[in-house]
Design a protein around this ligand. Structure first.
Ligand SMILES: *Cc1c(COP(=O)(O)O)cnc(C)c1O
Length: 460
């Protein structure tokens, strides 16, 4: 056994940073199901996707066989501004819990956007710029993705149009102002700027919006203008690919000290941070080199893995996007106003859906107040104020560490701390005032969402 003392923070040298992204699909025996063209129900080809996405990103999206992609020099340079991200040994949390478990977290909040989303934003902006585009459009829920993308676009001198879910636009004015400071234009969604937005407003007057609806608007905005493409901050294979910098750095840091994790935990909204964190580890599992317990954590209010169906569904409410096979609550599912905005998506990455279906990953759902209990406990002992999304992973890491206390097992737990909670003070205020509610959808609520899943002759 190695007796090396583990430092509070394990940093990598700049020279030890990953120079390639790892594509876990290359090692998957059961590949994630292809995106389908909703008009023909045939797998989406490069040409079908060209009006919507940047060329290089489509290649990454459709590539199930290339195991490694070189990270372009320009992106590596940008990564160096805020990476490598530290892997922290949560000594203070372990002590507070009085657990024999060893807890580590990978902290991705060390940049102005406050989350891991910048890892993919900078890659997507780079490929848009390289293609000679004028700008990109996107949606943002809680605002982290829009913030990350506006930073990335300003770095490369691209125009950035953000459709922001209306409830967040109103509740999170500071996020909006960060985006505008970096030069983005921000529109509350649904809006009357697009045909799909006008239609949704007519059908559901007074709606506070949803991520699926904002996606529809952003796609329409991109495809109806010359020189623009749409970019997405989660769910897609390309985004998981970029986010593997998280897992590759984590693995490199652990390897430096001969640490083998037993349990790897991450919160799951669309699945990008979790997919990025676990990819190198899942790769080892798929190749028969190692075994880990992997746990996806989702909010009980939006339980796509734990209560959803594994079927083809639209990625957006307006049904303009391709069909993806995923664990879904139905594209029309509108989750109750949950404060973990970044986890309120009806579906889940196709890669994670397939891994979950194949039994390579577990999933649990947790309730909001229990999540904030964990957030508070973590903030008080480890110092960092966590994002509500990230706190889902903290909750389960603490629960697993407490199980170790009962059994006396010295398990090594690694979790992803995806971001900081500085812009989530409305949620913390509700929690501190004791007025936070835990809404769990009823079977009836779920049935309404499931009814919006398309019936596809010959497929499902
Ligand atoms: C967006 C976000 C998430 C969830 O998105 P994934 O694509 O599932 O990773 C988690 N944490 C933070 C801080 C976020 O901003």
């Amino acid at each position: 056994m190695s007796e090396k003392k583990i430092p509070y923070k394990i940093y990598l040298e700049e020279s030890e940073m990953p120079k390639q992204w790892y594509n876990v699909r290359a090692d998957m025996k059961n590949k994630p199901a292809p995106l389908l063209n909703p008009a023909t129900l045939k797998p989406m080809q490069f040409e079908d996707l060209r009006p919507v996405f940047c060329d290089e990103l489509i290649k990454q999206e459709l590539d199930d066989t290339t195991p490694y992609f070189d990270i372009p020099e320009e992106i590596l340079d940008f990564y160096k501004m805020y990476r490598p991200a530290p892997l922290v040994r949560a000594y203070f949390l372990e002590k507070a819990l009085d657990t024999p478990a060893k807890i580590y977290y990978k902290f991705e909040g060390n940049n102005t956007s406050g989350s891991h989303k910048l890892n993919s934003a900078i890659a997507q902006a780079y490929y848009a710029k390289k293609q000679g585009l004028k700008g990109v459009t996107t949606e943002t829920g809680a605002g982290q993705w829009g913030t990350a993308l506006s930073m990335a676009c300003s770095y490369f001198g691209l125009d950035c149009e953000v459709y922001m879910v209306k409830v967040s636009y109103e509740q999170k004015p500071f996020r909006r102002e960060v985006m505008r400071t970096y030069g983005a234009s921000v529109t509350p969604s649904p809006s009357d700027k697009t045909a799909v937005g006008r239609k949704i407003l007519q059908e559901f007057p007074g709606t506070t919006g949803s991520l699926g609806c904002a996606i529809s608007e952003a796609v329409e905005a991109a495809t109806s203008k010359e020189g623009y493409r749409y970019v997405l901050g989660s769910v897609l294979n390309q985004v998981l690919l970029h986010q593997t910098v998280i897992g590759l750095e984590t693995k490199a840091a652990l390897d430096k000290y001969d640490i083998k994790p037993d349990i790897i935990i991450g919160c799951a909204g669309g699945g990008s941070n979790l997919g990025g964190l676990i990819s190198p580890f899942v790769g080892e599992m798929l190749r028969g080199e190692a075994d880990y317990r992997i746990i996806a954590v989702e909010p009980a209010s939006c339980p796509s893995l734990t209560r959803g169906k594994y079927v083809y569904d639209f990625c957006d409410t307006g049904m303009v996007c391709p069909l993806a096979k995923m664990y879904t609550l139905g594209n029309g599912f509108i989750p109750s106003a949950n404060h973990a905005g970044g986890l309120r998506y009806h579906g889940m990455s196709s890669i994670l859906s397939q891994l979950y279906d194949d039994g390579l990953m577990e999933a649990v759902s947790v309730e909001q107040t229990a999540v904030f209990d964990a957030a508070k406990q973590f903030a008080r002992v480890e110092g960092t104020l966590p994002a509500p999304e990230s706190s889902h992973a903290i909750r389960v890491a603490i629960d697993e560490a407490l199980k170790c206390k009962e059994t006396g097992e010295e398990k090594t737990i690694v979790f992803g701390l995806t971001g900081t909670g500085y812009f989530d003070m409305v949620a913390y205020q509700k929690y501190n005032d004791g007025v936070m509610s835990d809404y769990i959808p009823t079977e009836e609520d779920l049935a309404k969402g499931f009814a919006t899943i398309p019936k596809l002759p010959g497929i499902q």
